[in-house]
Design a binder for this molecule. Structure first.
Ligand SMILES: [Zn+2]
Length: 103
């Protein structure tokens, strides 16, 4: 899921990566990754995300103020946590379904 996409009011593309972190793709503050065509900042906690966004704001980059609320990166009501890798999430779900069944 994405939190922000590039546009007239945003200089950021911020999304939950399936590997279990929030990615700031094409980050204007990060050196280009050797393995990728575009620089990416990998952010592993809600606090990391907010601290990174504060650096963007200091640099004058545009994004929505709501992105500075760490609560939006926390586990939501459906149990989605962007800081858990997709593979681990599937394992957790399978385990929960297995233990929920009687016998
Ligand atoms: Zn960034």
């Amino acid at each position: 899921m994405s939190y922000s996409r590039w546009g007239s009011d945003s200089d950021l593309y911020l999304f939950a990566h399936s590997a279990g972190y929030v990615a700031c793709m094409g980050c204007l503050l990060t050196e280009t990754d050797d393995d990728l065509d575009a620089p990416v900042a990998r952010l592993h906690t809600p606090e990391d995300v907010v601290a990174h966004l504060e650096r963007h704001r200091e640099a004058g980059h545009r994004f929505e103020d709501r992105l500075l609320d760490p609560a939006i990166y926390a586990k939501d009501g459906r149990g989605y946590d962007p800081f858990i890798p997709a593979a681990a999430r599937r394992t957790q779900r399978a385990e929960a379904e297995r233990t929920a069944q009687p016998g």
